[in-house]
Design a protein. Sequence first.
Length: 214
Amino acid sequence: MNRNNWNLNGNWFSPDRQKQYQVNLISREAPQKNDPSKNSYRSTIYQSETEGLYAETKKTHKIRSFEISDSNGNLIQKITSLDQCISDHQVEIEFEDLNFDGILDLKILKIFPDRIKNYYAFLYFIYNPETKKYVRNSKLETLEVLSFEPANKVMVRYEADGRGNESTFNYKWEANEPFLIKKETSFENDSYTYYTEYQIIGRKSVKVKEYKKK
């Protein structure tokens, strides 16, 4: 990988290696504005007693704070007051462009010891290029688990009840907030998929259309 432009060049081969394809992948992000690979990271965790799935008290580990330092060891930012459960003493972080501005943001995995389904989610932090700090986004956190599609600039949340009933929610950014723009729902023993479309009006998602398709 070339760190100057984050391009990736190489060759892909078919399973039988009879065909070869030259590939040039270009990163959508702008590493010159925020290259997290140049920094170092340190977290503070502690042991806590938390209510478990059956209302029992169980010992878990929580993240208290998260520090980001530059290559010289100078502190860039300390994120505090997190107090979220983590898994196996490990703080798992991912860098991804969450708001589709071409700059890598940050998310931290958290778990819910009192759940069977949907037992994990993320803390989301949007990078501010002016202050060069990450800003926690509580609106994203209410959506818990999202996939981010930069090509369409859409965030997707998926729900399933385990009985064949499934829903997909699509969100878009407006004034630094996520708003619902489309919902797709399918039901067990129903050949139709049901759609609801929304428009963002007055900082609200307003239903404008409903229909179904096979």
